[in-house]
Write a protein that binds this ligand. Sequence first.
Ligand code: SAJ
Length: 417
Amino acid sequence: MTDRAYQKICVLGLGYVGLPTAAVFASRGVDVLGVDIDERAVALINDGKVHIVEPDLDILVKGAVAAGKLRAKLVPEKADAFIVAVPTPFTDGKKPDLSFVQKAIESVATVLKSGDVVIIESTCPVGTTDSASRWLAQARPELTFPHTDGDDADVQVAHSPERVLPGRVLIELVRNDRVVGGVSGTCAKRAAQLYRIAIEGDCHLTTARTAELVKLSENAYRDVNIAFANELSLVADKLGIDAWEAVRLANRHPRVNILNPGPGVGGHCIAVDPWFIVDSAPDETPLIRAARGVNDAKPVHVANAVRDASKRMNSTNIACLGLAYKADIDDLRESPSVDIVADLANSGDLNLVVVEPHCQALPDKLANLVGVSLANLETALADCDVVVLLTDHTAFRDLEPEAHETKTFIDTRGLWK
Ligand code: SAJ
């Protein structure tokens, strides 16, 4: 059911959050214009196709485009609401890079009219949504905005962070609760009214600044807890204890829920967002910073363990299973598995046979390194004496290390425990 206030919306940024969001609103009968700077993505979407891998997204986009409810363009058009879902990476100095958000907001400013709602879904440092309201006001001085005019403003500005898990985006987009933070109370109410067209979860209304911190806290919480598990795994290794067994048994306690140790933390969110908190309160965040350090150091620890095994086995033939940052996806961004293979390649004397069932070719970071090749599982197992499991893909689950007595297996994920 469309809400009469929202006949048409623009979604800026057609990535793994923006495109599913656009398609879900379109499937609810809203006229949706998706906007992206990537010409190839725009052309594919207008053809009813998708440029990212996410279960069922292709079907939803195809249907929405065929029904005339979803189109894509390089620039926005007039609409009733604008959802900004562009990336917010960090710079080399671990500072947030808001240039994509700022450019998207500037392009919205060119088509904005009184009564419109602008919502930022991109993860951003506290204060960004208030800044967006100021940026819009600078571009459109004849309109009023909530940072100066509060509930009486012509245009509403809000932050509602995306919280979906890659691999389950379409389910979580509709079912998860949403935090909706407004620069004013009216901003939050109007933004929630939009989400209720498509969202089954509850909308929790708050301020834009609180909503910004909520999102950052969620990912920092996970990072800190994974760091705890990773630190425990180093302790367990040193003491000759199976870390996954220790975690599993500790979790039998009714108030303990330790996460799983792994080769490090990848993806474009959990390894990045904690730095946005550290940047805004550096003196108050020793724990969050330390957790980042523990998780970032884990790939080096794994690479050293592989080099030790190679020496013990007197063999330089190493099978590396998995490159993606987590199981059963093709996403290699910030993946510790890629970093570990690159680190091992820098040793100079190893023959690294990589198996990644979700990729047809090695990523740029590995493609030109000496001694790294891509192979299937059978070839890698036949040719290598050390086997390191880096990503817990289902395709590796049935491999039985005990059936290969002459090889050394390093299981960084606890998949075969
Ligand atoms: N990991 C572990 N041990 C664990 C759990 C995860 O080592 O017990 C590793 C994974 O292997 C991976 C990394 O952490 O390398 C992150 O994976 P993830 O599944 O925890 O999270 P993401 O990055 O795919 O998605 C997260 C989600 N946030 C939370 O669960 C708090 C998702 O809900 C957010 O929408 C997303 O970040 C985002 O966009 O911010």
